[in-house]
Design a protein around this ligand. Structure first.
Ligand code: SAH
Length: 271
């Protein structure tokens, strides 16, 4: 029997939808992810280890430490075997949205996140980490394909939005590969993809996330509307003048703007 199914059977774990439990059972996919994450000697943070299919391969790759945050107590118990075998595995029974990552590592120690994320909170987790980008040296994440497509999207494409701008402003992003539903147990209806994000040494353009994030929300609020309508609140009656100053057509839509242009406009915004 497959390792994952055996552990699940031994520990009475029945995957639930509510916790986004789709366990990876395709071992070649797991091996590929671990290879791409390059974790040798690194401090690795894994979110949602489940019964440990990814965790096991990560530990074999010789990291300094793997810290695994899992919400489901049964899964934590299921990870005991691995903990007996690897002293550098630490498991924490907690909600990944609530933990303070900075408390997990020594000052100046960088974290590599490697995770098959619970898809319902994947974007929220990523945004949470981007807000403290200095803590991290890379993210190798499995997410719903549509979310990965948004992370890496170029401007003037339909997937381009606030998430693309923020991720690419802070990180070099690369989509690695798609994973079909059959690689998981149970198989989800959606296709998944793996993405790599490596933080730039500093953000590409001068701005702050406190300014950029709400500004992008406003700009992309109604994607099909012209930018000058979405930005009325940000620039009041000056909106047309400001767009013109930056060489942006009055009829432009948010998806036509570059990351640089968003940063410049966000710096000027009242809101
Ligand atoms: N990494 C495993 C399991 C992925 S499924 C594998 O690839 O096989 C997603 C996992 O995230 C589940 O184990 C689920 O219990 C866990 N999870 C869901 N919500 C969570 C949260 N808020 N914090 C931490 N773990 C969570």
């Amino acid at each position: 029997m497959n390792y994952v199914k055996k552990i699940a059977a031994d520990y009475n774990i029945i995957p639930t939808k509510k916790l986004g439990q789709n366990f990876l059972i395709d071992e070649s996919v797991v091996a590929n992810i671990v290879f791409m994450a390059n974790v040798s000697d690194a401090t690795v943070l894994e979110i949602g280890p489940g019964v440990g299919s990814l965790t096991r391969e990560l530990l074999k790759a010789g990291p300094k430490k793997v810290i695994a945050i899992e919400f489901d107590k049964n899964c934590i118990t299921g990870l005991e075997l691995l903990k007996n075998q690897y002293l550098n595995l630490e498991t924490i029974n907690a909600d990944a949205l609530k933990i303070q990552e900075e408390d997990l590592v020594a000052a100046n120690e960088k974290i590599k996140v490697v995770a098959n994320l619970p898809y319902n909170i994947g974007t929220a987790l990523l945004i949470k980490w981007l807000k403290k980008i200095n803590l991290f040296s890379s993210f190798t994440l499995m997410l719903q394909k549509e979310v990965v497509d948004r992370i890496v999207a170029n401007k003037s494409t339909s997937a381009y939005g606030g998430l693309s701008v923020i991720c690419q402003w802070l990180c070099c992003t690369e989509k690695l590969f798609d994973i079909p539903g059959e690689a998981f147990w149970p198989a989800p209806k959606v296709t998944s993809s793996v993405v790599n994000l490596i933080p730039h040494s500093k953000p590409l353009y001068d701005c702050t996330l406190e300014k950029l994030e709400p500004f992008l929300k406003m700009a992309f609020a109604q994607k099909r509307k012209m930018l000058r309508n979405n930005l009325k609140l940000a620039f009041r009656e000056e909106v047309s003048k400001i767009l013109e100053e930056y060489g942006i057509l009055p009829t432009a839509r948010a998806e036509e703007l570059s990351i640089d242009q968003f940063c410049k406009l966000a710096n000027l915004s009242y809101k």
